[in-house]
Design a protein around this ligand. Structure first.
Ligand SMILES: Nc1ncnc2c1ncn2[C@@H]1O[C@H](COP(=O)(O)OP(=O)(O)OP(=O)(O)O)[C@@H](O)[C@H]1O
Length: 297
């Protein structure tokens, strides 16, 4: 049996209510991760507030993915502490338990069930095991149907509810996957490069969607598209060489001497995106600053 630090049992289908009396839902403290002696995360400290929308940026190799992997239990840190609210020690839980206590992760590539309808995709993702059980053997309750309808409205796919998912555009598939995450009723959503490969219009719609989810959820967005970050971010955290380099509003971060030094100074070559195979622009050096500044006029 899994128990939280207060000794309260956490069962597999529970959505634990984290203790957020201090306003913080995710505590990452002094976390280090080494790969063959190389420190991908280096005494990293990060606090995500309950209901906030946080953007996480940093050049290729800064440690963003590793951090997401630590929070979701895919990687165990060598040292440090990772808590959900004040009391739930995430390092005691495995990946599926972490998902069940209320931390959902969306990877860059959408992984929807292409041969099922949009509706069915969401139905299968309903909180706990009820979704799959109901889909296979039973009928949805009125409450479940209402919940699916609400999610369809949130992600803007009400009219496409009975399309096979394979008919959706790339952007729509990304929204559907966010809807599938929402069906599991997470408190924290970790979203990896949501707008990669999207059209301008889809990007705008995604900005609206993620912004609308903050409040009820805490949303952490890892993104390379600086114009997008600027359009949604209240607080931006800049990672560099496995640690937090700067944190603040986009303008604060952009005018931070440390950030400028890293991106435009001597260090910039080190993290250059030369090996970038994803097709997104390198964040190093001038491109980063240009992209960051492009909306400032
Ligand atoms: N399994 C692994 N084995 C060895 N090194 C790794 C492993 N995973 C990550 N690294 C290294 O750790 C560092 C941080 O990688 P990470 O993927 O977290 O960076 P990132 O900020 O997500 O980069 P990107 O923006 O390119 O996705 C990199 O130098 C990477 O090469």
């Amino acid at each position: 049996m899994i128990v939280d630090k207060a000794g309260t049992p956490i069962t597999a289908t529970d959505n634990v209510q984290p203790d957020t009396r201090h306003g913080v839902i995710l505590y990452v403290e002094d976390v280090s991760v080494s790969f063959d002696g190389f420190k991908a995360l280096n005494d990293l400290n990060l606090y995500i507030n309950d209901g906030e929308l946080r953007c996480l940026i940093g050049a290729n190799g800064a440690g963003k993915t590793t951090l997401m992997d630590v929070i979701t239990g895919k990687i165990r840190p060598d040292t440090g502490k990772v808590n959900f609210g004040q009391q739930v020690d995430l390092l005691q839980l495995d990946e599926s338990e972490i998902a069940r206590v209320g931390i959902g992760r969306k990877f860059q590539k959408p992984t929807v069930f292409e041969a099922l309808s949009v509706y069915k995709n969401i139905e299968l993702s309903l909180a706990g095991d009820k979704g799959i059980w109901t889909s296979l053997f039973g009928k949805l309750t009125g409450e479940q149907r209402d919940r699916i309808d609400e999610i369809l409205r949130t992600i803007g796919l009400t009219n496409e509810a009975f399309y096979m998912a394979e008919r959706l555009s790339h952007g729509q598939k990304q929204w559907l996957e966010i809807g599938m995450l929402l069906a599991a009723e997470p408190r924290v959503l970790l979203v990896d490069e949501p707008v990669a490969g999207m059209t301008g219009q889809e990007t705008e719609r995604t900005a609206e969607l993620l912004t609308s989810l903050a409040g009820e959820h805490s949303v952490v967005v890892v993104e390379h598209d600086m114009a997008f970050v600027r359009s949604i971010a209240r607080t931006v955290t800049v990672l560099h060489q496995g640690s937090v380099l700067a944190e603040g509003s986009m303008s604060e971060v952009q005018s931070n001497p440390e950030v400028i030094k890293v991106y435009l100074g001597e260090d910039s070559g080190e993290d250059s995106g030369d090996d970038n195979s994803e097709g997104y622009p390198s964040e190093s050096g001038e491109e980063y600053i240009e992209a960051s500044s492009s909306k400032e006029g």
